[in-house]
Design a protein around this ligand. Structure first.
Ligand SMILES: Cc1cc2nc3c(=O)[nH]c(=O)nc-3n(C[C@H](O)[C@H](O)[C@H](O)COP(=O)(O)OP(=O)(O)OC[C@H]3O[C@@H](n4cnc5c(N)ncnc54)[C@H](O)[C@@H]3O)c2cc1C
Length: 394
């Protein structure tokens, strides 16, 4: 049997767990991360990689405290991506430095007035015809295009880079059979598997397992905090497409369609979200593809999709339960009896989530014990792959 000490043990290797692990190690805490499947998580690798600064929310016209909190996120990510932030993410691929917002002809004039308003002027700038992205440069395009200074990341390269930097601190587990957890002021986690038995004594458990937090809380016999799932039915289309990172705005505050691109050169996979994914939850996969074809034919009729391949993915956003099941504005960090349960709500919020966990450790008087403990002799989880690499194309 092996024995190990770690200041913090994190469950879950999505963005919440990986970013926190990297931050803790940098701050001098010893930490281990436990993951039953692949690093990169479920929601994280399914995400569109947009580092939101809240413009999407400001479209409702209300600049709340939550909108201010997310407004700081692109700057923190950009500092890390440039190597001068709280983490050094120079190894992460930036897919797009900025995105576009476009509106269909019918709503263009209403939006022009809104975007010229004080709250929005610093966030979005009109794009001249000659500067439009290729997909919106067709002579038949009617509408307006704006530039939004929020970057889009290549999420597989983000999770691979965080794994590289935290190498050895992530351990593969078999949950629930290979894990015993004792919570309380001095928690202990016992792992069992092919490598034998490993007991880890720690000061805090952090549950960062996304939708898996529900099973972990149940395993610990805890009724709180409650979790909610907000489902999406995303669509992938693969073909000879120009790269596009853009939201199409319709009459409501939610984008009708959000497109991000995940291929190389002319061969792109477009990952389609927005209203299409929110409203398509009740549709079958085939019906959702039909709906996606219709929306693209309506919004970008000049695209040639004759040879395109299609696939869909159902994935839930897992978050702390909110009244009426609405979207939480901020990341959740809930502490009770030695267990910190977190949901970031957005990939973009990972830096703020890590701050709050570190503040909770400091409040509890848990100081960094001075760096990495030697990695135990235990198998590491593999890197998970993004949906477009493992889906079945139609
Ligand atoms: C389709 C989609 C698009 C999105 N687009 C964006 C976007 O563009 N920008 C943005 O900011 N946000 C976006 N989001 C939200 C964002 O992806 C999530 O908020 C974020 O990725 C959640 O990260 P996480 O680490 O909490 O969860 P996950 O990525 O789901 O990771 C949880 C991990 O925990 C592991 N796990 C499960 N059970 C256990 C267990 N018992 N023990 C240990 N580990 C366990 C899982 O295997 C997984 O690896 C999007 C979400 C979705 C679904």
């Amino acid at each position: 049997m092996q024995r190990q000490e770690a200041d913090v043990v994190i469950f879950g290797g999505g963005i919440a767990g990986l970013w926190l692990l990297a931050r803790l190690l940098r701050e001098g805490y010893s930490a281990l991360l436990l993951e039953p499947r692949g690093l990169g998580g479920v929601q994280t690798l399914a995400s569109q990689g947009i580092i939101h600064g809240g413009t999407k929310y400001a479209l409702t016209g209300h600049l709340t405290d939550a909108a201010q909190a997310i407004a700081a996120m692109p700057g923190r990510w950009r500092a890390a991506l440039a190597g001068g932030g709280e983490l050094d993410l120079r190894g992460v691929r930036i897919r797009a430095d900025h995105q576009f917002l476009w509106s269909t002809a019918g709503v263009a004039s209403r939006l022009a007035g809104f975007f010229a308003g004080k709250a929005m002027r610093s966030r979005v700038t009109p794009v001249a015809e000659a500067q439009r992205p290729q997909a919106l440069a067709d002579p038949a395009f009617r509408g307006a295009v704006y530039r939004l200074d929020e970057p889009v990341l290549d999420v597989p390269s983000l999770t691979a880079e965080l794994d590289r930097q935290t190498g050895g601190a992530a351990l593969r587990i078999a949950f629930p059979d290979g894990v015993r957890i004792r919570a309380g002021e001095r928690p202990r986690v016992a792992l069992s598997g092919e490598a034998g038995v490993l007991e880890i004594d720690t000061h805090r458990l952090v549950l960062a397992a996304g939708a898996g937090n529900a099973a972990l809380l149940e395993h610990l016999g805890r009724a709180m905090p409650k979790m909610q799932r907000r489902p999406l039915h995303m669509v992938m289309v693969r073909g000879t497409l120009p790269a596009l990172y853009a939201h199409c705005l319709g009459a409501s505050a939610n984008p009708r369609l959000t497109v991000t691109s995940h291929g190389e050169g002319a061969a792109q996979v477009w990952w389609l979200g927005g209203d299409l994914a929110e409203r398509g939850v009740a549709r079958s996969g085939a019906d959702q593809i039909t709906a996606a074809r219709q929306v693209l034919a309506e919004l970008l009729p000049w695209l040639d999709l004759a040879d395109a391949e299609w696939a869909t993915l159902r994935v839930d956003r897992a978050e702390a339960a909110q009244p009426g099941g609405r979207r939480p504005d901020l990341p959740t960090v809930d502490e009770a009896e030695g267990v910190i349960t977190v949901w970031p709500t957005k990939l973009a919020f990972a830096p703020l989530l890590a701050d709050r966990v570190i503040e909770a450790l400091q409040r509890a008087g848990i100081a960094p014990s001075g760096g990495r403990t030697p990695a135990p002799d235990w198998p590491a989880p593999p890197l998970a792959r993004p949906p477009w690499e493992i889906c079945r194309w139609n």
